[in-house]
Design a protein. Structure first.
Length: 508
């Protein structure tokens, strides 16, 4: 199926592999564990999975410090396991996206080790280096590390200090040693990264979530060189794999989709989307989705609608309920009815929903010491709570790698009528099956204060959606025909009667 067609009704599930399910009893999640839980994911109604990095790594940044792009880290299993995961997922109608980290590697990556040698070699230009240790590798916002390597130079850092920036060049070099981004000396690195994409696509992955996608070309204030670079790399990779899906961590959809050619860009908690995204779930009592809030949806809808209009039909916005970087988790500070309303919102907008593992059972943030360079993010990456058994069913080990938190399990949610898990499942199914909920269908916002009310239309269907994020008991004058799904709200003739936080999805 054409990738854009498939994305129209896609619902994704993000997995942090360390913490999903441990099949071999060593206390760490693994690929085999994900395979064993595919029926759960399919049962949830998700048809896409995004896996955080599971490649060889010293894990000083949760695997975003890659030491070998083409090999699964032994803590998770083998390449063969991953290929089996692609195959088993496909049999259940699920496509798997891997995490591509093109902007930097670990400082233990063999490319970097060679690049850091004093003598010039074929890897010398793979990373950004200043000409000697007394000069910084200058560039907009670039930090450098000095005096750590045999090479007489300072290397530029893309994120943490042990994540040296790969060299895609400078859009506007200001020093003789800065390489212009179109210089042929930089092509070998590009070919390597394209090769990584083709390698995994050839083995059956469906595409990539691309880490720090905006970071490639330096001194690129308007990002036009970075966008052109992506378009060129896409034309190479899509030439061979036209179905490959690319979703960017950029948080500027008009640019990432409209200019760089990504299929989707995440609407996130930083960058251009920050104020709008943050207003929704993670501002404590100030969040829109919070009991007693004013339900101020305008900042979100205004930015969202404006950005969506700029996509020009080239792709979509991806909207996450949370992810491995967000603190706290979606359910923190909210009761179940409010979390259900949040899921209803995520599931009914013209954006591709991404559910973060564990949020569907209301898992909470844990205050923990940092592990694997997670720092405060570590508490949003704890083991999935599967059942009431040892380690909440996550692992047979005496001690798990990350501590298992408190709370309900998937099994008890399953057994409890009216639980969040049942709601998430019903909403994901609706999303997948109702043509008017497709990401490409129209959105008409009717009310953006208090209760959000909007119309979705497409594929010969019109739906009215109302989402109450704060629990106010209100009656609203909106006529609807037949309710498809609702909680906390009933249809009474020409009015929607809310008694609690919740939602109404009705045919009109
Ligand atoms: C992205 C990842 C984050 C990582 C960083 C550096 O923001 O989501 O987890 O630490 O990039 O790769």
């Amino acid at each position: 199926m054409d990738r854009k067609e498939w994305l129209k009704s896609a619902v994704f599930y993000e997995i942090y592999p360390t913490s999903f399910f441990d099949a071999n009893g060593d206390g760490v999640g693994d690929v085999e564990g994900i395979i064993r839980k595919l029926d759960y994911i399919a049962g949830l109604g998700c048809n896409g999975i995004w896996l955080n990095p599971l490649f060889c790594s010293p894990f000083r940044d949760g695997g975003y410090d890659v030491a070998d792009y083409k090999r699964v880290d032994p803590r998770f299993g083998t390449n063969e396991d991953l290929v089996r995961l692609f195959k088993e997922a496909k049999e259940r109608g699920i496509r798997v996206l891997l995490d591509l980290v093109p902007g930097h590697t670990s400082d233990t990556h063999p490319w970097f080790r060679r690049s850091a040698e004093a003598a010039r070699n074929e890897y010398s230009d793979y990373y950004i280096w200043s000409p000697n240790v007394w000069t910084d590798a200058r560039g907009e916002g670039l930090r450098t590390v000095n005096g750590m390597c045999p090479r007489d130079g300072n290397y530029a850092v893309n994120f943490f200090s042990m994540q040296p920036a790969l060299n895609y060049g400078y859009a506007a070099p200001t020093e003789p040693w800065q390489i212009y981004w179109r210089d042929a000396r930089l092509l070998p690195l590009r070919r390597e990264i394209e090769g990584v994409m083709k390698f995994w696509l050839g083995l059956g992955c469906a595409g990539f979530r691309v880490d720090m996608a905006a970071s490639l070309v330096k001194n690129d204030a308007d990002k036009s060189a970075t966008c052109a670079l992506w378009r060129e790399m896409f034309s190479v990779v899509r030439g061979e794999y036209p179905e490959a899906v690319f979703v960017s961590e950029w948080s500027d959809p008009p640019r990432a989709v409209g200019e760089a050619g990504f299929d989707m860009d995440f609407f996130l908690h930083f960058g251009a989307c920050e104020p709008a995204y943050m207003s929704l779930f993670r501002r404590g009592a100030e969040s829109v989705f919070s009991r007693g809030s004013k339900g101020a949806f305008a900042p979100f809808f205004d930015t969202f609608a404006q950005m969506r209009a700029q996509l020009g039909g080239n792709g979509f916005i991806a909207l996450p309920g949370g992810n491995h970087d967000m603190v706290p988790r979606l359910a923190d500070g909210k009761d179940e009815a409010v979390v259900k309303a949040a899921y209803a919102f995520l599931s009914t907008l013209p954006a591709v929903p991404f559910f973060y593992y564990g949020d569907e059972i209301g898992m909470r943030y844990q205050k923990l010491d940092s592990k694997d360079g997670g720092y405060d993010r570590t508490g949003s990456r704890t083991p999935m709570r599967w059942n009431g058994g040892k380690n909440a069913g996550f692992s047979d080990a005496e001690e798990t790698y990350l501590p298992v938190g408190e709370g309900e399990s998937a099994e008890s949610m399953e057994a409890r009528e009216g639980s969040l898990l049942h709601t998430v499942r019903a909403l994901a199914r609706l999303r997948r099956t109702q043509p008017a909920l497709a990401v490409s269908a129209e959105l008409r916002v009717l009310q953006k204060e208090g209760v959000a009310v909007y119309e979705r239309s497409g594929g010969g269907q019109r739906l009215l959606v109302a989402v109450n994020p704060n629990g106010a008991a209100v009656s609203l004058p909106f006529a609807a025909g037949k309710a498809l799904a609702s909680e906390g709200c009933t249809l009474e003739g020409e009015t929607l009667a809310f008694t609690d936080a919740g939602y109404m999805i009705a045919q009109i």
